[in-house]
Design a protein around this ligand. Structure first.
Ligand code: ZN
Length: 83
């Protein structure tokens, strides 16, 4: 879930700010480069968080692919430790 990088409120879109924060800090329709440094820092933190989240999701997909591959090869899952 994407969150407002200032207040942490959940967002439905892919933006970085909720409407309240954008209005409160006068950031509506202003490009990222014109944001105050502290807001840009918050945005970068949120961006890192989203990248980490995607990486976790990608890993989960990879892991289930692995299980499917194993089932294809052996006909069933087994308890082997996957390094
Ligand atoms: Zn907000």
């Amino acid at each position: 879930m994407n969150c407002c990088c200032i207040c942490g409120k959940e967002l439905t879109g892919t933006g970085w700010l909720c409407h309240e924060c954008a209005a409160l800090w006068g950031l509506e329709k202003r490009p990222f480069k014109q944001w105050p440094a502290w807001v840009r820092a918050c945005k970068l933190d949120e961006e890192r968080e989203r990248i980490n989240e995607r990486a976790r999701e990608a890993h989960e997909v990879y892991f289930s692919d692995y299980l499917d591959a194993e089932r294809g090869a052996y006909g069933e899952y087994n308890e082997d430790w996957i390094p």
